[in-house]
Design a protein around this ligand. Structure first.
Ligand code: UD1
Length: 335
């Protein structure tokens, strides 16, 4: 049985990936510092799969703790989710973002190199493309200057991994996520935003649940079919499965380059108004919303060309926007 380290394994995408790894027959060891999640997620994972993953509460910025972990634990691969991810906060606290997102990545790679470990999967983001000139976005689209320190940590992170793969004969895949949403069908794990949600779907579900008064739709004057911005919303379980596919590509030595990167989306663009309408349909609730000005730093439209990921990873999405929004709503009702 191959043993895989999942950092940030109790977070939103991490926890769903742990479940899929266990379903696929991997042994999982989780590192999480619990800074943006709770320990109950561990029990909830166990109650879905019947397998209790090994867990270490470690802050990856603490080098000695990371060293000690790798001195005592041999793993066949690492999936690295642990990172700060709030765009606005990153503008206010850039050094915290660089220290955490970049520092932790460097420490992890150093320990992998020192222990002669291989097979690294990195959480990247479609934010690396900025507003792409052509849609859908292929992996060949140029990287644009980052709009925020958060986005920059993903770009710099990819560069660090690429250079490390070249220098130390390691193999890695960066997955560039579009917009992950939804929750596990068991409704035992899902997204747990701290405070006021910044992302669209948690804001919608909290508004429908009466926690927020009204959703503000950021911008109705975009050059799109209905004037609202377009994104590619992917069910988190489909996204989780992409990590298993990427890991298997590396473990089976099917990768053509020592550093590869793939778009992980559905390939379908959906406007904010279309999301609202679909949510109203699946929940049976009518949502309070108002049109306001654009949010700074937002782009008009982003959706993936998934041709390369479908082919090379032998992976494709299986779930619809309706399913994802229905799961997000059930998850909200459970909170
Ligand atoms: C955001 C980040 C992106 C990050 C991703 C992670 C920004 C500018 N971008 O993507 O870098 O990788 O989250 O999840 O923050 N919207 C509203 N009202 C709201 C919230 C959102 O109208 O209350 C709109 C936004 O303007 C956007 C769409 O909904 O058009 C999706 O927003 P969001 O969920 O925040 O994702 P992104 O901005 O695409």
């Amino acid at each position: 049985m191959k043993k895989i380290l999942v950092t940030g394994g109790l977070g939103f995408i991490g926890s769903h990936t742990v479940v899929e790894l266990q379903h696929a027959g991997f042994e999982v060891v989780i590192i999480d510092d619990l800074s943006n999640t709770t320990i109950e997620v561990l029990e909830n994972i166990t109650s879905i799969t019947g397998i209790n993953p090994e867990f270490h509460q470690i802050d990856l910025r603490v080098k000695t703790a990371v060293q000690q972990f790798f001195d005592t634990t041999a793993v066949d691969g690492v999936i690295h989710f642990a990172a700060f991810k709030a765009v606005g906060e990153s503008v206010e606290k850039p050094l915290d973002y660089y220290e955490n997102n970049i520092g932790s990545l460097v420490t992890l790679l150093q320990e992998m190199k020192n222990h002669k470990l291989d097979h690294f999967i990195f959480s990247s983001s479609c934010t690396v493309y900025g507003q792409a000139d052509e849609l859908p976005i292929t992996e060949n689209a140029p990287i644009k200057a980052a709009e925020s320190p958060y986005g920059n940590t993903k770009q710099i992170g990819e560069a660090i991994i690429k250079e490390s793969c070249n220098a130390y004969a390691m193999n890695a895949i960066a997955l560039r996520y579009f917009n992950p949403i939804g929750a596990h069908e068991s409704i035992k794990i899902g997204e747990l935003p701290l405070g006021v949600p910044q992302n669209l779907i948690p804001f919608i579900t909290q508004t429908a649940a009466g926690i927020r008064e009204e959703l503000s739709v950021f911008g109705d004057d975009y050059p799109t079919s209905d004037g609202t911005a377009v994104r590619d919303y992917i069910h988190v379980v489909d996204l989780a499965k992409a990590h298993i596919a990427a890991l298997q590509r590396l473990l089976n030595k099917q990768n053509e380059n020592n550093f590869e990167y793939y778009n992980v989306g559905t390939g379908k663009g959906t406007s904010v108004l279309e999301v609202i309408k679909t949510f109203e349909k699946v929940s049976g609730k009518s949502l309070h919303y108002k049109m306001v000005g654009r949010r700074e730093g937002d782009i008009t439209a982003a959706y993936a060309d998934t041709t390369i990921a479908n082919k090379k990873l032998h992976w494709k999405t299986e779930k619809s926007l309706e399913e994802a929004l229905a799961a997000a709503w059930k998850w909200q009702l459970k909170q």
